[in-house]
Design a protein around this ligand. Structure first.
Ligand code: GAF
Length: 389
C-alpha cells in the first residue's frame, strides 16, 4: 500500500514534469487514544501517527513558478512565488498556501517548486489529512531550500495555516502527532508547554479498530469554532470567580459545579467536559503503563459520553457505532475520535475479534443508515519523514 502510493506519486511527477522528483516525503495521519477538544484548552492529549500517509514528490522548478498537483483530485494550482498569497476557492490548496505565506514572512531563500501529492488517508474521516498536508509541505520546503526550521516550528506553522487560510481555529494536536509520531509509541503531549513524552503503544492482546461512519465533516462548517468560543467564554466566567486559575489545568470539577448557575447550562456542560477530559488523559496514561486495558476502555467510553452529551460534537451515526459495540464482550472501549460531527470511532478490542465486530456492526449500520461501514486496522508509525529509496 505504502509502496504503491510512493510509486504512483513518483510516476505522476515524472509524467507531468518529465523529470524524476528530487525528494519524496511521507506525512502521516493520526489517531488519538484519548484527550479530545482539550488541546486548545491547555490540556494533555495522547495521539499517535499511523500508517496512512500523504506522499509528496517535490523538486525545485528552476524559476519562480510554483505548481502543486493534487493527484487524487485531478486538480492543479499554479502561481508565481512573488504573487501575494491569499486563500482561494480550492480548499486543499489553502492548507499549502497558508504554510507558504508564513514561510515567505520568515525567509527570502524560497524559490519556485513543483509538487505532486497523493494520499492514502481517507479525507473527512477524522484522521487528520489536513495536518499531514501542511506538515509534509513544510518538510518539503525545509529540505528544498535549507530552511532553518525545527519540527516544532513546522507543526506550529501548520496550525497557523489552518487558522489563517482555512478558518479553523484548531489546536496543535494533529500537526504535532504528524511531525513527532514514532513507531509503536503514543505521544503524551502537554499542550500548554508543548513538552512531550513517548509511551509504549503496547496493547498486549488488544488492538485498535477504527470504524468510519462515512459522515464527512469539515471543521469549517461544523461547530468546531463555536465550541472553542463557548469554552473560552466559560473560562473567563470561571476566572472571575477563581482569579488564581491560569487555565483549565488549574480548574477542579468542584469549581465548575460551584459556578454552574453563573455559567448557564451550555457553558457549564462544555467546561465540565474539559476539566474531566484533562484528568482522563492522565488516568489513561497510567492505565496504559500498567496494562490496565479494562480501565483504559472505560475511560474511552466516558470520553464518548462527554463528547456526545456535554461537548455535543458527536452525531447520530457516531453514537450508533459506539452503542452498537457497547455490549460486545470483546470490546473494551469505544468512542468518537477527533473533532467530531462525523469521521471515525476508535475501538479498543480483543485481538482476533475484529472481523466479527466489523460484520455485526456493518449489518446494523447499513440497516439503520443505508451506509456501508468502512473499517481500518491501523499501525502506529513514525512521523513526517524523507523517504529513502
Ligand atoms: C481536530 C483539531 F484539529 C484538533 O486540534 C483537536 O482539537 C481535535 O479536533 C479534537 O480533539 O482534529
Amino acid at each position: 500500500m505504502k509502496k504503491k502510493l510512493i510509486q504512483d506519486t513518483k510516476s505522476h511527477f515524472i509524467q507531468t514534469f518529465q523529470n524524476d522528483a528530487q525528494y519524496i516525503f511521507l506525512s502521516p495521519g493520526r489517531i488519538n487514544i484519548i484527550g479530545e477538544h482539550v488541546d486548545y484548552n491547555d490540556g494533555f492529549v495522547l495521539p499517535a501517527a499511523i500508517n496512512k500517509y500523504i506522499c509528496f514528490a517535490v523538486s525545485k522548478s528552476g524559476s519562480s513558478k510554483c505548481t502543486v498537483i493534487a493527484k487524487d483530485l485531478d486538480e492543479k494550482h499554479e502561481f508565481d512565488l512573488n504573487d501575494t498569497l491569499q486563500p482561494i476557492d480550492k480548499m486543499w490548496a489553502n492548507y499549502i498556501l497558508g504554510v507558504l505565506h508564513q514561510l515567505k514572512e520568515r525567509t527570502n531563500n524560497l524559490e519556485g517548486f513543483n509538487i505532486v501529492f497523493s494520499s492514502s488517508i481517507p479525507m473527512g474521516a477524522g484522521l487528520s489529512s489536513s495536518a499531514a498536508l501542511e506538515c509534509g509541505f513544510g518538510y518539503a520546503m525545509r529540505k528544498l531550500f535549507h530552511l532553518d526550521l525545527s519540527k516544532e516550528d513546522i507543526a506550529l506553522i501548520g496550525q497557523k495555516s489552518e487558522h489563517t487560510f482555512v478558518g479553523v481555529n484548531c489546536g496543535i494536536m494533529d500537526q504535532f502527532a504528524s511531525v513527532f509520531g514514532k513507531k509503536n509509541k503514543v505521544i503524551k503531549l502537554d499542550c500548554t508547554t508543548l513538552e512531550y513524552e513517548y509511551h509504549k503503544a503496547d496493547f498486549k492482546n488488544h488492538s485498535l479498530l477504527l470504524l468510519d461512519s462515512k459522515v464527512k465533516h469539515t471543521h469549517l462548517t461544523s461547530g468546531y469554532n463555536t465550541r472553542r468560543e463557548e469554552v473560552e467564554q466559560g473560562f473567563s466566567i470561571l476566572k472571575q470567580q477563581f482569579p488564581h486559575i491560569k487555565s483549565f489545568r488549574d480548574c477542579t470539577e468542584a469549581m465548575v459545579l460551584e459556578t454552574r448557575e453563573l455559567l448557564g447550562e451550555v457553558h457549564f456542560k462544555r467546561c465540565f467536559f474539559v476539566v474531566k477530559e484533562i484528568q482522563r488523559v492522565l488516568d489513561a496514561v497510567n492505565a496504559l503503563e500498567n496494562s490496565n486495558f479494562k480501565k483504559l476502555g472505560e475511560l474511552m467510553c466516558e470520553t464518548h459520553e462527554g463528547l456526545s452529551k456535554e461537548y455535543e460534537v458527536s452525531c447520530e451515526e457516531l453514537d450508533f457505532l459506539v452503542d452498537a459495540v457497547k455490549n460486545e464482550k470483546s470490546v473494551l472501549g469505544s468512542r468518537m475520535m477527533g473533532g467530531g460531527f462525523g469521521g471515525c470511532s476508535i475501538n479498543l478490542v480483543e485481538k482476533g475479534s475484529e472481523k466479527e465486530i466489523i460484520k455485526t456492526v456493518s449489518e446494523k449500520y447499513k440497516e439503520a443508515f443505508g451506509i456501508d461501514l468502512q473499517s481500518y486496522k491501523v499501525k502506529i508509525s513514525k512521523g513526517t519523514s524523507l523517504y529513502k529509496k
